[in-house]
Design a protein around this ligand. Structure first.
Ligand code: AMP
Length: 213
C-alpha cells in the first residue's frame, strides 16, 4: 500500500506517518526529515536546501524530485510524509514507475490549533528528529542525543510563511487527489490518540480495499 499524507504545518504528519509505518508495515519517507538530516550533516543536498527550509519556503522540485524518485524506487509499501506539496510534485509522483497511490490522507487542523502546537514542538539538536516538550529530557529515539531545541522554522514569522505557502501551493493538492477519488479526509482536531484512532480506521479500510483490488 502506498500512501501520501497532506496537512498544514503542525498537523502531526510526522507522528502519524511513523505510527502508520509501524502499524501497517510501510516505509516512512519524510522529505522534511530528509532535508533536516542533510542540512545537519552538511551534505551537498543540505547545503543547497538549508536556506529554503529555514525560511519556510518550498525547496524547488528540480532539487527534490530526483531525491524522492530515488527513495521510492523499488518500495512497494510506503507512506510519504510532506510530499507532494504542489500539484507539480503530485503529477511527478504519479508518473514514477511502480507508483500507485492507494490514498491521500488529508489531516485537517484549524489555523489556531496549529500555532499552539508548533509553539510546543522541539527537535533533537543533533539530528533534527521531532520530539515533544513533555519528553524534553528523554533520549532521541533516532540518535540518542539528549539536547532538544525549538525547530528553527517554528519561529512565529516562519510559521506564518509556511502556512501561506501551504494555502497557496499545497491546498490545491487536496483537490488534485479529490478529483481522482483518492482523498481521505481526517479530522485532525483533538488529542493525538483521538486523531490516531481516526487515521488507523481510515487506513485499515483502505488496506482492505487494497487487498481485494
Ligand atoms: P516538514 O518537516 O514536512 O514541515 O518540512 C520542512 C521543510 O522542508 C518545509 O518547510 C520545506 O522547506 C521543506 N520541504 C519538505 N517537503 C517539501 C516538498 N515536498 N517540497 C518542497 N519543500 C519541502
Amino acid at each position: 500500500m502506498q500512501l501520501v499524507l497532506i496537512g498544514p504545518p503542525g498537523a502531526g504528519k510526522g507522528t502519524i506517518a511513523a505510527r502508520l509505518a509501524a502499524r501497517f508495515g510501510l516505509v516512512h519517507l519524510s522529505t522534511g526529515d530528509l532535508l533536516r538530516e542533510a542540512s545537519a550533516a552538511g551534505t551537498p543536498l543540505g547545503e543547497k536546501t538549508k536556506a529554503y527550509v529555514d525560511a519556510g519556503r518550498l525547496v524547488p522540485q528540480e532539487i527534490l524530485g530526483e531525491v524522492v524518485a530515488e527513495r521510492v524506487r523499488g518500495e512497494r509499501a510506503f507512506v510519504l510524509d510532506g510530499y507532494p506539496r504542489t500539484v507539480e510534485q503530485a503529477e511527478f509522483l504519479a508518473a514514477l514507475p511502480a507508483v500507485g497511490i492507494a490514498g491521500a490522507l488529508y489531516v485537517a487542523v484549524p489555523e489556531g490549533e496549529i500555532v499552539r502546537r508548533l509553539a510546543a514542538r522541539v527537535v533533537c539538536a543533533s539530528c533534527g528528529a521531532v520530539g515533544e516538550t513533555a519528553v524534553e529530557n528523554a533520549a532521541c529515539p533516532k540518535c540518542g542525543g539528549t539536547a532538544w531545541e525549538p525547530r528553527p522554522d517554528d519561529r512565529p514569522e516562519t510559521v506564518a510563511e509556511r502556512y501561506a505557502v501551504y494555502m497557496q501551493d499545497t491546498a490545491p493538492v487536496i483537490d488534485y487527489y479529490r478529483d481522482r477519488g483518492l482523498l481521505v479526509e481526517i479530522d485532525g482536531k483533538g488529542d493525538r490518540e483521538e486523531v490516531w484512532a481516526r487515521v488507523e480506521a481510515a487506513v485499515a479500510a483502505l488496506a482492505g480495499d487494497d487487498d481485494n483490488g
